[in-house]
Design a protein. Structure first.
Length: 501
């Protein structure tokens, strides 16, 4: 069973990076723990409540300022940044020791585990231990909690045991894409015309978020260029050669994902939804080309025949281009809504950026290589796809929590969209229907969910009552009741928000 995805398509925290606010409101202003706890709670609830009223783009406000600053620091990307541009807002607290902690065995029973000197590990053992014994968590479970400011592992249970992560593998996919491409990178869709303007080719670059409005703009620009050249009838081709390998995900035709293509409109959806399961096109590229032909006709350019697959001629020139939203926004959307189509596209974009074939195998090698560059623990890790729909995916709680800790590291501001894209408990994305009771975690927990038959996972961040930003990962397999397993995972995250008792 694929992970259910909720309808909301707005990330309520896209305007504010909560980890940055943690740094600025707490550590920088010298608030006491008690004061900071109050600020954190009020801030989280106020911002989350404001999300009900606020509707805006995925990429704006402080989030945009921070990713622009990150991209200006010699990062790759498709947007020009002035070298003397002022720096953006201060990033999250540094985690210089995170690598050492990630490589340390810190299981519940290890007396020499890397723990904070204040005895936080003892408190977490007392709180999390009983909760992890909940039968709803199935036959196997693992857990890791890291203090992102110090990089210390505060708790670990089966931390290095490879388990099926389901959609929490999207954390790895998005970290890899941001590492390889930078947050400002945009995916192009272009229209190229032959030297005589008699043949035009719609060239897909791999943007799954291309919509009909963008396609209409491409058609209008193309028609303008053709009319300027005295041409009003053309042959139409469409080029999907940017991607290779099988288009169908190993799970086969499925409402949770369209065939993976370098050219598609609205993720190949055949209804008016923007997230979650939906009827999908069997040939998204052909459908996109047919739609483009209709829009060309509306713009005054007729096509002699039906669109045909084919590459643009060597001497062709671009006559129209559309750029996707910045990669930072695509990452946020992929995580908030657990968008499988975007996740698979990001894996292929990572492959293209690193010289690998843009197919499932190339994506696996490219993502793994980027994680290895970050020095993260990869023993037993298998990245079989970008979305987590493949049961051959294997990840550890140490890796997932470590990725989030790395995203909070001030030395890696390019990874911040991974944190800001996490769903907010009780308010957005795949957590909008959870934490809606008196659990205490509403608005305070941000986490990526994972659900397959017999598999449930949760990995994210929370600010505890001591003002620490904690990264956590909880994985469970052999579960038999998804809703009960989700509740058990939510209880674990809520316990972190409540702190020691």
């Amino acid at each position: 069973m694929a992970e259910p995805v909720k309808r909301p398509s707005i990330n309520p925290f896209s305007r504010v990076d909560r980890t940055t606010l943690t740094d600025r409101l707490g550590m920088r202003n010298g608030l006491s723990n008690r004061q900071f706890t109050a600020v954190s709670a009020v801030l989280g609830l106020a911002l989350a409540a404001g999300a009900v009223l606020a509707a805006g783009p995925w990429d704006s406000g402080q989030r945009k300022a921070e990713h622009d600053w990150a991209a200006s620091q010699d990062r790759t990307g498709g947007v020009h940044h002035e070298p003397d541009a002022p720096s953006g807002p201060a990033p999250a607290p540094s985690a210089p020791a995170v690598l050492a902690a990630l490589g340390t065995a810190a299981d519940d029973s290890a007396p020499n585990a890397a723990v904070a000197p204040d005895g936080a590990a003892d408190g977490l053992r007392a709180v999390l231990g009983p909760l992890l014994k909940d039968p709803a968590l199935g036959t196997r479970r693992s857990a890791v909690v890291i203090d992102t400011a110090t990089g210390k592992r505060l708790y670990g249970l089966g931390a290095d045991a490879p388990m099926t992560p389901a959609s929490t593998v999207k954390i790895a996919t998005t970290v890899a894409a941001l590492t390889a491409l930078g947050p400002a990178h945009r995916i192009p869709t272009t229209v190229r015309a032959s030297a005589d303007l008699r043949t035009v080719t719609l060239v897909g670059g791999g943007d799954p978020t291309l919509d009909r409005a963008a396609l209409r703009a491409l058609a209008a620009d193309t028609a303008r260029a053709l009319k300027d050249g005295g041409v009003r009838s053309v042959r139409l081709r469409y080029d999907t050669s940017g991607y290779s390998g099988p288009a169908l995900h190993p799970i086969g035709p499925n409402e949770n994902i369209a065939p993976v293509s370098a050219l598609m409109v609205d993720e190949g959806r055949l209804d008016d939804t923007s997230s979650g399961p939906a009827p999908r096109s069997g040939d998204p590229a052909r459908d996109a080309a047919d739609a483009f032909a209709e829009l060309l006709d509306e713009a005054g350019i007729t096509t002699a025949d039906s669109p045909a697959p084919g590459r643009a001629a060597a001497k062709s020139r671009p006559v129209a281009t559309h750029l996707s939203a910045p990669l930072s926004a695509l990452v946020e959307r992929a995580l908030t809504n657990s968008d499988n189509d975007i996740a698979e596209a990001l894996a292929r974009q990572t492959a293209l950026a690193t010289g690998e074939p843009a197919d499932f195998k190339g994506g696996r090698r490219a993502v793994t290589a980027q994680l290895r560059k970050l020095g993260l623990p990869l023993k037993g890790v298998v990245v079989a796809d970008g979305s987590g729909l493949n049961r051959k995916d294997k990840a550890t709680a140490a890796l997932l929590a470590g990725l989030l800790a790395r995203a909070a590291d001030r030395d890696h501001p390019e990874l911040r969209p991974v944190l800001t894209g996490l769903p907010v408990a009780g308010f957005s994305g795949t957590l909008s229907g959870r934490y809606t009771t008196k659990s205490g975690g509403t608005g305070l927990i941000r986490a990526k969910t994972g659900t397959l038959t017999g598999v449930n996972s949760l990995s994210g961040t929370v600010v505890d009552p001591h003002g620490r930003l904690l990264a956590f990962a909880f994985l469970a397999s052999g579960t038999t009741a998804p809703s009960e397993a989700q509740s058990a995972l939510d209880a674990l995250a809520t316990a972190l928000a409540a702190g020691r008792r």
